[in-house]
Design a protein around this ligand. Structure first.
Ligand code: BJW
Length: 247
């Protein structure tokens, strides 16, 4: 059912008041109001750049310098961004429920900066790099000055961004944790995602529809909209703080 306006807000608040376990899935839209570009839609990265050239293992094997240049540029945009009201509201919601799990597709680290702790970064983190030869070797590169040379592991192998590219598997432990949180939740918040990229796009289908409520927060309709119980149409940075205040 597609409901918007203050009635929808009241219903979302009511569902949250009755909830013990809450899960939230976020996408690029929640960081849009922080100035981080989304992927699809107006101003989206995939409108200007080809994913096949930059966000696949084949692209990195072909031209690691090009891929690293793009990630350095993305890092510079993200370094200038601060969490917005939407990130902060989700961090505050975490404090109010016995179980609250935040599943993000975002790699910008803004949820962590806003104070979310029970957080699963399903697509990785742009500030981390990992060794291409020994993938368990991770390197925190936040605060490191960008260098011209390609970054290398002490073992000599190239480092790559610790991000899940198209065609790559998500970490199984993270996936299991995410699926368990969605199956167990009484309310699933789906915020600022086009719900087009799998496997995360399939998570809402894991919800126990007999009792759980799906709430979508998005400025536009998505493939999930028809299946959502409550649709809050508008910017997450405005809607989520409003919902959190009314709780
Ligand atoms: C606002 C707002 C505001 C704006 N407030 N809202 C099954 C079926 C079909 C295909 C596949 C499938 N399984 C796997 C695939 C292939 C592929 C896939 O899903 N492709 C689709 C495009 C069809 N998936 C994969 O390859 C995944 N791996 C995998 O499944 O492995 C097994 C396998 C492999 C191959 C074949 C089969 C199985 C890995 C996916 C990794 C995705 N990585 C990326 C890029 C990382 C690069 C980087 O960040 O540097 O992650 S893609 C990109 O999309 C990024 C995002 O996390 C992800 C999702 O995008 P998101 O967050 O939804 O952003 P947008 O821009 O799409 O949407 C923004 C939304 O916000 C919009 O709705 C706006 O309206 C809204 N909005 N402002 C609220 N203020």
């Amino acid at each position: 059912m597609d409901v918007s306006g203050s009635d929808a807000i009241a219903r979302a608040v009511g569902a949250l008041r009755d909830a013990r376990a809450v899960a939230a899935i976020t996408g690029a839209g929640i960081s849009a109001e922080s100035g981080v570009p989304t992927f699809r839609g107006t101003g989206g990265l995939w409108r200007t750049f080809r994913a096949e050239d930059l966000a696949t293992p084949e692209a990195f094997a072909r031209d690691p310098a090009l891929v690293w240049d793009w990630y350095r540029w993305r890092r510079s945009r993200i370094a200038a961004a601060r969490p917005n009201g939407g990130h902060v509201a989700l961090a505050r919601l975490e404090q109010r429920f016995a179980a609250f799990t935040l599943l993000t597709q975002n790699v910008d680290g803004l949820h962590l900066e806003a104070g979310s702790r029970n957080l699963v970064e399903l697509h990785g983190n742009i500030w981390r790099a990992r060794c291409t030869a020994e993938p368990h070797r991770l390197f925190d590169q936040r605060g490191e000055a960008p260098k011209d040379a390609l970054p290398r592991c002490p073992c000599g192998a190239l480092l790559r961004p610790d991000i899940v590219w198209f065609g790559e598997l998500l970490d199984q432990t993270a996936l299991d944790r995410a699926a368990a949180a969605v199956r167990a939740c009484d309310v699933l918040l789906v915020v600022g995602t086009s719900a087009l990229v799998y496997p995360v796009a399939a998570f809402p289908s894991l919800v126990d529809r007999a009792h759980a409520t799906i709430v979508e927060v998005n400025v536009d309709a998505t493939p999930l909209t028809a299946a959502a119980d409550i649709v809050l149409r508008g910017p997450a940075g405005r809607i989520l703080p409003h919902v959190e205040r009314l709780l």
